[in-house]
Ligand binder design. Sequence first.
Ligand code: SAH
Ligand code: SF4
Length: 373
Amino acid sequence: MPTDIKSLTREEIEAQFKALEQPAYRVAQLLDWLYVRRAASWDAMTNLPKSLREKLREHFSLQTHELVRKQGSHDTTQKFLWKLADGAFIESVLIPANPALYGETSDRHTLCISTQVGCAYGCRFCASGLDGWKRNLTPNEIVEQILAVERWHETQPKAAEQELMTAATDSRLVNNIVVMGMGEPLANYDNLLKALKILNAPWGGGIGARKITISTSGLAPQIRMLAKEPMQFRLAISLHGATDETRNKIMPVNRKYPLKELLFACEDYLHEKGRMITLEYILIAGVNDAIAETKPLASLARKLSAKINLIPYNKVDGLAWERPSETVCEAFLTALEKEKVIATLRREKGHDIDAACGQLRLKTEREFAAIEK
Ligand code: SAH
Ligand code: SF4
């Protein structure tokens, strides 16, 4: 399989064009087709000479994700299931701007993207890991999720106010990225970083590093590597337990990198970057929702000057875990606030559309398997 053109940085494309004896301005034209106009085929690139298009077709692939399923409506969270070139399925979730922020063009849409097919980390509550890990996504497969959603959006009828919003700013629908879809992003470190570099570059996606959040289940060595990178990404830690005892029960990764080690790595990140970390905490009934858990949790948050994001658990088909009642969630939040830490409770978007990562893929794969039997 040839390298995909969307896995290459500008410098790499420039080197390739030099070898093909192409003038430098052709690179800018190509990048415009890829990242501004979101071209889905070589033939669409009409201002490139036909002979060049043929050469490019010979040397590189230009993969696009095929939309096989979509859930959700225009003004709510929408979930996309994509089929990749080898037939694997991945998901992306488009989250519209918070209504309270309307008018603020800086927060139009967030896209939650996947980085692997499946996941090897096997957190007990998560649908992504249920069928194990299949493979890493390539840089272009990560990048293409943004472009494919935007391409889809262009085909949709628009409300007048939406037209205005897009016309008044740049051409990007997606201006926030959260790497919280299927897979453990830091286990696909090189491809992730290459993809984010392309999405961040002014010649590529043009999405600010501060608008990109990477979520990890706690791969301490890679958190340290990330701390040394020049780009200022936001970091979110999927904590879900504030003691080794609780965390060991639900997250096997904690046996490899226990809390103390994770904490050191986060302190490193904080020290290098000076950026606030977010601690993600899913509330699961009877597992980690006791008020007694709030003290160690607050203590961790204070050590890291981190804010805590409480997320009521989304039920996964086939798993016995349950979301606590609203009263329990609110009481947990209140107890944290008494500990003088910053905490928010997500009053869910997308609960009704299998929004937790990996669920739509799992459902579709199982349905296909049933059809084939
Ligand atoms: N592997 C990375 C990123 C993908 S998971 C990580 O674990 O951080 C993104 C987030 O969704 C994680 O915080 C994960 O714990 C959470 N999550 C997984 N299953 C969930 C569920 N059923 N309900 C709510 N959150 C879930
Ligand atoms: Fe993998 Fe994250 Fe799911 Fe754990 S929560 S299984 S690390 S995707």
